[in-house]
Structures are given as C-alpha cells and as structure tokens.
Design a protein around this ligand. Sequence first.
Ligand SMILES: *Cc1c(COP(=O)(O)O)cnc(C)c1O
Length: 375
Amino acid sequence: MSDFVNARKPIQLEHGEGATLVDDAGTAYLDFGASYACVPLGHAHGAVETAVTEQLSALTYAQGSYPVAVRDELYGTLADAAPGDLENVWLCNSGTEAVEAALKFARAATGKTRFVSAMQGFHGRTMGSLSMTWKRQYRQPYEPMLEDVEFVPYDDPAALGEAVDDDTAAVLLEPIQGEGGVNPASVEFLEAARELTEEVGAALIFDEIQTGLGRTGSFWACEGADVIPDMVTSAKGLANGLPIGATLCRDWIAEDHGLHASTFGGNPVVSAAADATVRTIQSEALPAHAADVGAYLQDELERELGDEVREVRGAGLMVGIELKGNAGSVARDLALEHGVLVLTAGRTVVRLLPPLVVDEDDVDRVVAALSEVIG
Ligand SMILES: *Cc1c(COP(=O)(O)O)cnc(C)c1O
C-alpha cells in the first residue's frame, strides 16, 4: 500500500454537501469535525465552486511576481479582515508553512533568535514549526529540533514572564489550543503575552489556523480577547478545502522580513476560493452564527451530558468534551452507529469543529447521538 502514513478509516467518502458527507454505499454522515475545520462553509459550497471553476478556465497559475487581479483581490480581502493593523499578507500552501514564515519573519525583523512556545501546543510538522510543537511522539523520531526554543505551561502568565527576555524573537501561541485538547487561554494570559513581548521588542504570533475564520464567535479568536498580536497565521478552512496558508503581519515585520518565497503560494485558483470563502463568512455573518449555535451546543452538552463527562469547554463552534474514558472509541461508535463524524484531541477529548453553517437541529442530532454512546 502506497499510503504508509495514514491510519485508514473504514468509511470511503464519495461526496458532500453542506454539513453532510456521503460514502460509497450511500450512507450519509453529519460532519461535525469539518474534516479538521477545513470546510467552514460546508462541503461543495456554490460560491467557492463558481469562483474556482471560473478562475480555472481563465488562469490556473502565474508566478508570484506578476500581479494577478484575483490574488490582489484576496490580499485586500484579508487585509480588511485582519485583526488590528496586520494588513501585510503572505500566502503559502499550508498551516505549517504559514508558521515557518512567521518564525523566519520574526527572526529577520527582530535580529534575535529565541522562541517561546506553549506546552500542549501544536503548530505543524515541518522542522521549524515542529520545533514549536509540544508532543514528544511528533518530534522524537526527527530530532534534533531547532535550538533556542523554550516551552512554558499554557495559560501561566508568570511562567511566560520568566521565559521572555531580551533575546526572544517571538512568542507563538494558539488563543485556544486545538490539537492539545481544546484548551482556551484566559484573557489575562494573552494580555500578558502582549505586554511581555512589547517590553522586549519580540514579535507576538497567534496561530489561528484552527481558531480563525469566525469559528470562535469573532473572525479571529484574538479579537474576542481584544489582544492584537504582531502576526497571525491562518490555513485549514481559509479556502474551504483547497490547500492554502497565510501569514498576516504588521508593517514593522513586513518592512524587514528577509527573503522568503513560495512557488505555489497565492495560486490564482486557490486565491479565488479563499476570497469567496472569506467574503461569504463575512456576508453571511457566520462568526455571530457560530457564537449563537456554539452557545446552544455547549448548553445542550452540559444539560444532557454534564454528569457523564469531566468537562465541556471551548468557544463558539470549537468545543471539546473531556470524557472520563477513551475518546477514540466514542468517535468510532458515533461514526459507525450514528452517522456522526467527530474529531478527537488526545486520548480523552472529543473535539467538535463543525462547518459554521450548522444549525440547532444538527446540534440536537449530535447531542442525542453522544448521549446514547456515552450515557
Ligand atoms: C493544523 C494546524 C497546523 C498545521 O497545519 P497544516 O496545514 O497541517 O500544516 C498548525 N497550527 C494549528 C493550530 C493547526 O490546527
């Protein structure tokens, strides 16, 4: 078998529409993981399909140094959507590349080398971003990692204060840790990160690859906390399922970023998809919808499962359910017996990252299925 990397699931997916996926036997599944938050608008969204097919027949590729209207359009759309004045946009093809770029930009702009990251954090699997990723199993076979990286306990402002010094180039954090178990940071922690980096002239980078694009109730999670970093990374759902990454940064970073590039970054077809995705999230007010439906989801989970589980946590449509037992077997039973697809985060957490278009009826179905499997 040529795919020696993925653990293959016992379902062969064939097509999808909205929050529904259908397998080769015609069985429908409610996709409450959005395939790792990669389809915020749901599967086969018309606006994205139209944008992609039109661009595909007009111009599939042009190197980055030639201006292309659809790419410039996306630069403008992302600059408008950016938190604060992070209006400078660099485009690539995945999350880990967006993080790599942020790390390189931070070193170039500050002239410093040290990085600070958080325990349980996840930032990608290429050497730089992997060096900022906590989980030992992901790192150990590939060591040595980057030197000059210090991990601090997440959500611990005092520990962060001890780690950040005059040699720090950047502090990299997820506003809510996804892979690490859906762990929200307190506003105080994010504020401390902002103050500490400002004091020493380090860049504050928020990895919003999972939290961004409206999922947590505001377009970026950092806006919900009212803490604006120097750089934000985005990827996953940014082009509603096509490969893309983006690094957004302030002027002082962009002005002194070194020499970085990506052949396929800003590909016109993918840019068209991303522009349609971001505009649709905005025009359909999906961040507010995610806040409403997400609040209903958390309330229902508490009401139906509060006694059966350890904790329900998260923001908007990024929700973790910490179980007393194993999450993997719950996810499998949900899929095979109830037609509900969810994600896990670690051994005991069921992670819900549905498309932002789900409604209360969808929530009711998922909560009922969870009650049967867990209760
Ligand atoms: C998924 C993810 C990444 C890595 O993205 P890839 O596109 O898989 O490289 C980085 N950071 C966070 C927070 C993620 O959720």
